[in-house]
Design a protein around this ligand. Structure first.
Ligand code: M6R
Length: 610
């Protein structure tokens, strides 16, 4: 996720901005840049570089820029690849107004067209650049006023900083959904994406809220809303250290990423559902829409958690789009002799976009003439570049090695893809409307589900000494049994296995006794009764059972030892909710055992070797 820093005060050496920017490195980025206003020269100069902040730093030492205010940015690419041209800050036509931005401007294409007609010239592929031009359009000497008018035209999310040569004594900051914190220190003000970048300046911090615009001057800070109504804001004393601040106050990235799923799910679907038409719009596959209509078979290739997401996609796509789907471990697919043709699409799912096996599988599929598609989180990654078309997750960088928010984002994109492909085939508008409306409710439902956190913590305390666990589920929650087991084993090093509940009597039930607990995913759905029978079979063998059930199921309490209730949703969307308690369970089991859950032993975040 992008990082933002801005400074206004007596110091004119932007190196302090570079140091602050380094505190935001943990957020993930692929390029960096800075813009510095020099009042004597009456201009704003910029430096940009691809890759690490060190490259920007080197450029800075060669071309020492001086002046104040200055704004800096680390970019995590969303629109356009990580290049110097796409790196922030971005400027207007006359290079007099410069902005840095974190978030996504949903209506940037329409705005860009309108601005182009008015004569504005664009240089980058980013959505952000339109902000600089839009502000230019309204600028009549007062930057704050121009930002306010520009933001009224914008739909989307932003944390924004703007500076202007012709209104040089201020930085204007604005927030909608993307965070901004402001540190106040006598005659200087520093603003950044989070407190981590600010703590070395001041512990007196003010957090902007959505819809607020702040005007930062060296000795003054005012906050108002889009209607120019002044807001009274509290300045807080923060006693976090830098590491705590980077994790947003959470003890681990894994917990932060689990808890931010309501937001990441919103980000992944932003601007993509059209509920009234019962359809979706996925910009990344627009160019191959005709080919998608023709495909007769999809092979999903992925590894680990992404493979489990693919299995859920298989159920969704077959049930609602009527397309035969196979899901393969990429590591197996690449060495098989797959039978593919021009009517087959091969779909890679990968958070990092760099997983060696998934990349090799895609190359193999392309070699055989299949259309190659990707669901990838990291913009500009190798898989994103090598596939014919694809959909970015836009769920923000995932730092914890255990994949959590990327998983829910992957299944969200698969649900959207199901609607797209379904509507190209037999799916009715009514069904499309039902699914898209329910997808739009998911962030709220996940938020509600997350309230079980303290209950899960108690459960973890109760179960932490069992050496083995079995996870069972059926249909849409069959892959969730795999995912629950994978999370537990990679984080807490407890042996755990996932099974289709129907497979119990074909082997695994032999393991069950009073020392072998089972986590049973038993949502109220088309297969509930079958799962209930499996639960009874386990109970008859004295196996302890934790059930994940749908709220309103009063009977289940009598059958099992512990129950976690999740809200109701469509059967195909239950995995979004059932996985949350399992992520939390793994997290608390791991932390109670004292392990570093963000960096589990023997594992890497990006598996770029076979
Ligand atoms: O970056 P990718 O999504 O391609 O990574 C795939 C797997 O390596 C990854 O999901 C792994 O299984 C995670 N550690 C699971 O939490």
């Amino acid at each position: 996720m992008c990082g933002i820093v801005g400074y206004i005060g007596p110091k004119k050496d932007p190196f302090l901005g570079i140091e602050a920017l380094k505190r935001l490195e943990y957020r993930g980025y692929d390029s960096a840049g800075m813009a510095v206003l020099n009042k004597e020269k009456n201009k704003i100069s910029s430096l940009k570089s691809v890759g690490k902040i060190n490259s920007l730093e080197k450029k800075f030492f060669k071309n020492k820029l001086n002046g104040v205010p200055f704004i800096l940015h680390t970019r995590w690419a969303t629109h356009g690849e990580p290049t110097e041209i796409n790196a922030h800050p971005h400027h207007d036509c006359k290079k007099k107004i410069w902005v840095v931005h974190n978030g996504i401007i949903e209506n940037y294409k329409e705005l860009k067209e309108t601005l182009k007609k008015k004569g504005h010239k664009f240089v980058s592929e980013t959505d952000t650049e339109i902000l600089a031009h839009l502000i230019e359009e309204f600028f009549k000497g007062n930057l704050e006023k121009a930002v306010r008018l520009a933001l009224k035209k914008v739909r989307g999310t932003y944390a924004l900083l703007a500076i202007a040569v012709d209104d040089p004594e201020k930085i204007v900051a604005a927030r909608n959904s993307s965070p901004l914190a402001i540190a106040v220190n006598n005659d200087e003000i520093v603003v950044a994406s989070d407190a981590a970048a600010l703590l070395s300046h001041s512990k007196r911090i003010m957090f902007l809220d959505d819809g607020e615009i702040a005007t930062l001057k060296k000795d003054d800070l005012t906050v108002s809303d889009l209607e120019n109504k002044t807001k009274e804001k509290e300045i807080m004393e923060i006693d976090w250290d830098v590491e705590q601040a980077q994790k947003g106050g959470y003890p681990h990235f894994m917990l932060k990423e689990i808890m931010e799923q309501p937001e990441s799910l919103k980000d992944s679907k932003r601007g993509r559902t059209i509920p009234e038409e019962g359809n979706v719009k996925l910009g990344g596959v627009e160019d191959v829409k005709k080919d998608l209509r023709k495909i007769k078979r999809i092979i999903i290739v992925a590894c680990g958690t992404a493979y489990h997401a693919g299995l859920i996609g298989e159920y969704m796509l077959e049930e609602y789009a009527g397309i035969p789907v196979e899901v393969e471990y990429a590591s197996e697919f690449r060495y098989r002799k797959p039978v593919l043709n021009e009517n087959t699409a091969i779909l890679a799912i990968s958070q990092s976009g760099e997983t060696a096996d998934t990349l090799a599988a895609i190359r193999e599929g392309k070699e055989k003439g299949a259309l190659s598609l990707g669901i990838v989180n990291t913009v500009g990654s190798t898989i994103a570049r090598e596939t014919d078309a694809g959909v970015y997750n836009h769920c923000g960088p995932e730092i914890g090695v255990a994949s959590t928010k990327a998983f829910t984002s992957q299944i969200e994109i698969l649900a959207l893809l199901t609607v797209l492909l379904g509507r190209q085939r037999d799916m009715s508008i009514v069904m499309g409307q039902r699914i898209t409306k329910e997808i739009n409710k998911l962030p709220e439902l996940v938020k509600k589900t997350l309230k079980i956190e303290s209950q899960i913590k108690s459960l973890a305390k109760k179960y932490k000494n069992y050496p083995n666990f079995l996870f069972i589920g059926r249909k849409y929650n069959f892959p969730i049994a795999f995912e629950g087991a994978l999370k537990l084993k990679e984080i807490s090093y407890i042996h755990s296995e996932g099974y289709g509940a129907g497979e119990m009597k074909h082997g695994p039930i032999a393991l069950i006794d009073k020392n072998f607990p089972t986590v049973a995913i038993a949502t109220t759905d088309s297969v509930y009764e079958k799962t209930q029978s499996n639960i009874e079979e386990i109970k008859a063998r004295k196996g302890p059972i934790i059930a994940i059930a749908t709220e309103g199921n009063k009977k289940i309490k009598k059958l099992v030892d512990d129950v976690i209730f999740i809200p109701k949703t469509l059967e195909m969307l239950t995995p979004f909710l059932t996985v949350v308690p399992l992520q939390l369970f793994a997290y608390y089991m791991g932390t109670l055992k004292g392990y570093d859950v963000d960096k589990p032993r023997n594992l890497a975040k990006s598996v770029t070797v076979e």
